[in-house]
Each structure stands twice: as C-alpha cells, then as structure tokens.
Design a protein around this ligand. Structure first.
Ligand SMILES: [Zn+2]
Length: 105
C-alpha cells in the first residue's frame, strides 16, 4: 500500500512538472532523449532502452533495468517529465503484461 501511495505521488509530481515545462519543452526533451540513448532492442541489460512514459506519453522513459519475467519492462526515469518508475512498479507492470499474454495464448 505504501508503494501505491508513493507511485501516485510521483505521478502527480511528474504531471505537475510536465505542466510547468509546457508542450514545446516536452517535445524538445523527447527528441533529445532519442540522441542520448543507445537503443538496442532485446539487449536492455547492456544499455538503456526507451519506453513510453505513463505520465507524459512520450517515448522517453529510459530503462536501466529489466523485469524478472522478461516482459521488457524496466525501471527507470523519464527524460521529459522526470517520472520515476521503481523496480517494484516495473515488476508489477511486467506481471500484468505476462498475465494478459498468457490469457491470449
Ligand atoms: Zn514522462
């Protein structure tokens, strides 16, 4: 429960920040993120990959770790809105993705 509160708090903080920087700055950062990051699909462990951010919607969430289920969800921070996805949240998200995949197979 504590973790849920922390996540909610961080999302609010990030969306607040997003409002502060504005659309133009958000777009500029999202584009800059593409240059910072070495995108290596399937090799997230060796570097950093970008994921869509749940707060700002930009593909700017730089993942530094990967979930234990191999769903491709890592913990990391967003270049645009500064949202931080914790390892716990990444694991929870990965579990949901894997469950959905399982149901459709
Ligand atoms: Zn973001």
């Amino acid at each position: 429960m504590k973790e849920e509160i922390r996540q909610r708090h961080d999302r609010l903080r990030a969306s607040d920040y997003l409002e502060l920087i504005g659309d133009e700055e958000a777009e500029r950062r999202a584009k800059a993120a593409q240059h910072f990051v070495v995108i290596a699909p399937g090799a997230v462990n060796d570097g950093v990959a970008l994921d869509a951010c749940p707060v700002c919607g930009w593909e700017a969430l730089a993942m530094s770790g990967i979930d234990p289920f191999g769903a491709g969800v890592g913990s990391g921070a967003c270049f645009v809105c500064s949202y931080v996805r914790s390892a716990d949240e990444a694991e929870e998200l990965a579990r949901r993705i894997m469950m959905t995949r399982h149901m459709h197979n």
